[in-house]
Design a protein. Structure first.
Length: 187
C-alpha cells in the first residue's frame, strides 16, 4: 500500500482492503476503550460491596423532606393567614389595617430561617426563594409607610407581585412533596 501525502479521500474512494483495515483499527480502538473503562470503573473492586455483605444504609430523602415539611406546618399556616390579611387589606384599600398586617407578616418571615433547610437541594431552593419573596413583600409594604418616594399604587403592585412569587415557590415545594396546596382562609 502506498502512502499518499496530503491526499484525503472520502469513504467511497477507498478500496475494499483499505475500508476493512480502517474498520479493524476502529474496532480495536473501541475494544481497548471499553476494556479500559471497565478496568477503571467497573472491575468489581473499589467501593462495591463484597458478596454477602449487607447493603450500605440508604437515606430516604423524600421521607426526611416530608418530616421536615410537617415540622413547618404551623408557621406555614400562620404565613398563609398573614398573607391573606395583607391581600385583603390591599384590596379593601385599608391602609390602617395594612400596616399592622405587614408587620405581622414580617414577624413570621423572621421565624422562617430558624426552621432550617429542607434536606433536598431543589426543595431548599423553593423554600428559600419563597421566604425571600415574602421578605421582599414585607419590605415593599413597609415602604408605603416610611416616606419612600414611590407612588402607593406602584408599591402595592410590587407587594402583591412579591406575594404571588412567594406563594408560587411554596406551592411548587408542596407539589414536589405531594402535600395539598395551602388555601388562604376567608375573612
Amino acid at each position: 500500500m502506498r502512502r499518499r501525502r496530503k491526499d484525503h479521500r472520502s469513504w467511497d474512494q477507498l478500496s475494499g482492503e483499505e475500508r476493512r483495515r480502517g474498520l479493524a483499527i476502529l474496532g480495536g480502538a473501541g475494544i481497548i476503550a471499553v476494556v479500559a473503562v471497565y478496568l477503571l470503573v467497573g472491575s468489581g473492586t473499589g467501593t462495591q460491596a463484597e458478596a454477602g455483605a449487607p447493603p450500605p444504609p440508604t437515606v430516604d430523602t423524600s421521607a426526611q423532606l416530608i418530616t421536615w415539611y410537617s415540622g413547618t406546618a404551623q408557621l406555614r399556616s400562620q404565613v398563609v393567614t398573614a398573607v391573606g390579611a395583607v391581600r385583603a387589606d390591599i384590596q379593601a384599600v385599608d391602609g390602617t389595617a395594612l400596616r399592622p398586617a405587614c408587620v405581622q407578616l414580617g414577624q413570621l418571615v423572621d421565624q422562617i430561617a430558624p426552621l432550617g433547610q429542607p434536606p433536598a437541594a431543589s426543595a431548599a431552593q423553593s423554600w428559600n426563594a419563597g421566604a425571600s419573596a415574602y421578605g421582599q413583600a414585607v419590605t415593599t409594604c413597609g415602604n408605603l409607610f416610611d416616606g419612600t418616594a414611590e407612588q402607593p399604587a406602584v408599591l402595592l403592585t410590587r407587594t402583591t407581585d412579591a406575594l404571588n412569587t412567594a406563594d408560587g415557590h411554596w406551592a411548587r415545594l408542596a407539589a414536589r412533596i405531594g402535600a395539598p396546596a395551602q388555601i388562604v382562609p376567608s375573612r
